[in-house]
Design a protein around this ligand. Structure first.
Ligand SMILES: [Zn+2]
Length: 75
């Protein structure tokens, strides 16, 4: 999956064996980009943080991300 598929602004490919791994990789990527001064990732980071704070509302997003991940071909 890419950063963009998870709500981010760029096309960075994220690797992981499970949807969870990919979501964690995205979380880490957003933090790194924002820490490095990238403003285009700050809105996506805010959304990600909001999802952790509101697990019920975030669950729909999480399930969608998992479905998208499952639909990807194995590489
Ligand atoms: Zn990105």
């Amino acid at each position: 999956m890419t950063c963009r598929q998870l709500g981010g602004p760029c096309e960075l490919p994220l690797q992981g064996n499970t949807a969870n791994d990919v979501i964690k990789a995205q979380d880490q990527h957003l933090k790194e980009m924002v820490a490095g001064g990238d403003v285009t990732h700050s809105a996506a980071l805010k959304d990600m943080k909001a999802r952790w704070r509101r697990p019920v509302a975030g669950m729909g997003w999480y399930r969608k991300a998992k479905r998208n991940f499952a639909a990807l071909p194995e590489d």
